[in-house]
Design a binder for this molecule. Structure first.
Ligand code: GTP
Length: 346
């Protein structure tokens, strides 16, 4: 089975983290989400990947290469201009098989795909859309389906009493390649806004399939934080590595942690991290590989990507820091989302 991963969007709502970094490469539990996704799909029998890229494609290509390290095949469909979610699929057409899966690569999910693929085949669908149920559908496009699961229409941002269901598009599709003939080439085309309504109206067999499992669109800092809370609370199950040195505190290899550090769980720490005496780390804190944390530092509800340094007596609360940031001694920062442009990420 083949999967096309849409990973080329600008990620404007997650700026400044995405100012020089593709959103699907945002770290989740100290590893780029895209890597979690590829490994998870590989475990479900998918070994042929096409990555549709546009925003800092070299960061993705440098990390994954041809996929040898993960024992999968990875090829790239690179866009010169932003083509939108359907335009990106059209652009990848020469690399695609007769039927394939499509993933919005910024959706954090742990779905089992076999029942989805099986339902697509059983129904003879041209397009199957994975659906997830949300408590408040008023911010989303909600589906109306017939008794067989065929999608009759999407209702955009309905008032709660007018919502036909609580099921929304989960950003995962199974498609027959014949559909690509309908997508205009050479311009920006949205699959959600332009192609879904067109296909449904013209009688294409479009079905929806409800999925079980974790689902979160990590597109905003608020939801990105929530993903980490869910990970640290055990609601999101991802392989994060490290060994547990106390309940709820996981630490990677080659770390230099002063015995006088106080951990307030849950905490996740990567490899080669140093932390000085009297620092208090946690709760809900993730520290990436190669970070240096001084002494007397207070770090809570914060996420640091790789190679950040936080000098003595600094206080960080509810912050998200991209790779390679340095915070000076005695700085106090609350709710900061920061990145450093132009760092070499090799
Ligand atoms: P915002 O700018 O914050 O809306 O983010 P986004 O456009 O990066 O993400 P959005 O949620 O709108 O898109 C869903 C998925 O499709 C994400 O994984 C994006 O990377 C991807 N995507 C969106 N537009 C494009 C595009 O023009 N080309 C490619 N290759 N992927 C895209």
């Amino acid at each position: 089975m083949q999967a096309l991963l849409l990973a080329g969007g600008l990620g404007t709502r997650l700026r400044p983290l995405t100012e020089d970094w593709p959103k699907p490469m945002a770290h989740v539990g100290n590893r780029p989400w895209l890597e979690h996704l590829i490994l998870m799909l590989k475990n479900q029998g998918i070994d042929d990947f096409v990555l549709a890229v546009k925003h800092f494609p070299e960061k993705i290509q440098h990390h994954f290469g041809k996929g040898d390290k993960w024992r999968v095949r990875i090829r790239y469909a690179v866009e010169r201009s932003l083509l939108g979610t359907a335009g990106a699929i059209k652009n990848a057409e020469p690399l695609l098989q007769d039927r394939f899966l499509v993933f919005n690569a910024d959706i954090i999910q742990t779905f089992r795909l076999a029942p989805f693929i099986e339902a697509h085949d059983r129904r003879g669908a041209a397009l199957s859309i994975a659906l997830t149920e949300v408590d408040d559908p008023s911010q989303y496009g909600v589906v109306e389906q017939d008794a067989d699961g065929r999608i009759l229409r999407f209702v955009e941002k309905p008032r709660p009493e007018e919502a036909p269901s609580r099921r929304i598009n989960a950003g995962i599709y199974m498609m027959e390649k014949t559909l690509l003939a309908d997508i205009p080439s050479g311009r920006e085309v949205s699959i959600e806004r332009e192609m879904f309504p067109r296909w449904i109206e013209s009688g294409v067999r479009v079905y929806g399939h409800a999925m079980d499992g974790y689902w979160m669109d990590m597109g905003t800092a608020k939801r990105y934080r929530q993903v980490h809370r869910d990970l640290l609370d055990g609601r999101l199950d991802l392989p994060v590595g490290g060994s547990e040195i106390q309940k709820g505190v996981k630490i990677g290899t080659d770390c230099d942690i002063h015995p006088g550090v106080l951990f307030v769980p849950p905490v996740l720490i990567g490899d080669r991290v140093s932390i000085g005496e009297r620092s208090v780390i946690g709760p809900y804190t993730v520290i990436g590989d190669g970070c240096r944390i001084g002494s007397g530092v207070r770090l809570s509800e914060s996420i640091l990507w790789n190679r950040c340094s936080v000098d003595n007596n600094a206080i960080l609360a509810n912050c998200i820091f991209g790779h390679g940031l340095s915070i000076g001694t005695r700085y106090a920062m609350h709710e900061a989302v920061m990145s450093r442009i132009g760092v070499n990420y090799a």
